[in-house]
Structures are given as structure tokens and as C-alpha cells.
Write a protein that binds this ligand. Sequence first.
Ligand code: SF4
Length: 297
Amino acid sequence: MNPEKLINPLIIYWDINPDQSEDDIVLRICGELVDTGVFILDLKDMSQQQGGVTEKILKRLSKEQIKIILTSDSTFLRMPVEVLKGPQLFIEFDSVERFRTGLDDVLDQIRKGHAAGVSFGLNSRNFLELPGFISLCIDNKIENVSIPIQRAYDSEVFYPDPDEASGLSEALDKLDLEHLNLSIHDPFLWKMFYKKENPNEDGCNAAKTMMYISKDFEVTPCPIMPISIGNLRETSLKEIFSSMMRQEVRDKLLLEPDECGACSLLDKCKGGCRGRTYVISGSLNKRDPACLSPQTK
Ligand code: SF4
């Protein structure tokens, strides 16, 4: 196996801590995102605060060539309209009940062009509500729906057991997904929706095209993979991008897990979600626990 020659990541996920008052670090990171040519900044701020860190980031980057996606609670819509013009805003809900309550507001904001769509952050308590959430989107012609990457730092990492996965898959089967623009990162969840392998699947991109900044400025390969490559309080984003640590993590992710054995899907799947595997098993040399393939060792 030859090591990959790494270039700067194309997409950075950044979760905002509303209590952060370290403006100098935040603004320095913004400058480095621009200098290093990052294409997409995917921000998440569920703080329900206005005028805070996120607003400063949006203002700082408003004239730069960087696409910004912001996932937040609907209270963000009270931010100054000029700040909201730039980012693609996804309004996040964690239950169908909350989505129903906020639906009129969401539809109104989509009509006005302030919101792009909705997001459903999955966890072990709400994943069975996923078909109901999607169904409500279809009924109300909400096309852009995001199912974000689970966060290892501040929530449990979960996956459905085989019975739950099969029930979920059956319920999703009844939905007409044709007009939905779905963003799904989990390879096995993608398969539950579309009943086939993702033709664009090409293994894990953690520490390669994507990296993550946690609420404490810890930089990790992906939101679900809690392996620290450096902290932005002590080190710069540029140094982290060109670090040996990043290269070492990538080299490990290129190794196919022994447990995948002679699986016929290995070429594309490459072991599934490596972050979930790492959180649950403590090893990168295992197959994804969400995998239901019988072809494993
Ligand atoms: S065994 Fe499962 S995780 Fe491993 S390559 Fe095959 S489908 Fe992917």
C-alpha cells in the first residue's frame, strides 16, 4: 500500500461552542480556512444564541469564496437577514413532534429563501421516527433533507441492530423519494434508503477530503472519529493539515480491516464507517458494526 499524497481538505465541519469568547482564535481559523483554500465550511450551532460566534464567522467569511452550510435551530432565523443571505441554512429537529410544531415556520422560511431545508440528527431514541420525518418532508414538498454525521464528542454513537435495521428499511421502502435531495453520509443508511450500493461510495474520506473542528477546537479526521490531530488553541490549521499525525491516520484508514475478509463489496465499501467502528470497538482494524454482510470473517 502506497501512502496517499494529501492535499488540504476540501470540507471542514465545525461545531460551535456558544460560550466561546476566544474571538482571536475564531478569526484566525477563518483566515486559515481562506488561505488553505477550503471549499466548504459546514457549521453547526444549536446554541439558540444570536450575535455570537457563528454570526462573527458568517460576517468574516461573507465576502470570501467559501461555501457555508449552517445547521441550526430555527431561532437563528432571527439573525440579521444580510448575514443569512450567504449560508445554506438547514433547520434541525430531533423528533417528528418538534418538526410538526415548527413546520409552518420552516415552510415560511424556505419560501422566503432564508432556509434551504431541514436536518434530522439521528440518535438511539429517535431513529425509528426517521420514516415519519421523511414522510412529513415529502408531504410538504421540502426537498433538501440532511441526515448529519453523528458527533462522537457530544453524543452517543449508535447503529440499529439487525431487526431494527430491517424494520427501518421496510418503512423507508414505502416512501417515494424521487423528489428528495437527501444528504446521507452513513453508507449503510444510504443502502436502507435506496436498496442498492451507493455508486459514488469510495471508502472513508476522514482526514483526506474532510476534517472536523470540535467545540473545544480539537481537530479530528471526521465528526464521528475522536482521534485528535491537534488543538487550534496551540497549533495552526495549516500545521495540522501538513502534520505527520494526519498522514499516519490516513495511512491506517487505507488498510482494509481484517474482519472484512473476502467480502465482495470491499473494493468500494472499504470497511464502512471507520469512525463508528473506532468509537465502538476501539480499533480501526474491524468491520463497521452496522454492517449486515454475511461475508465477514
Ligand atoms: S464486510 Fe461489511 S464493512 Fe466490510 S467491506 Fe464488506 S460490507 Fe463493508
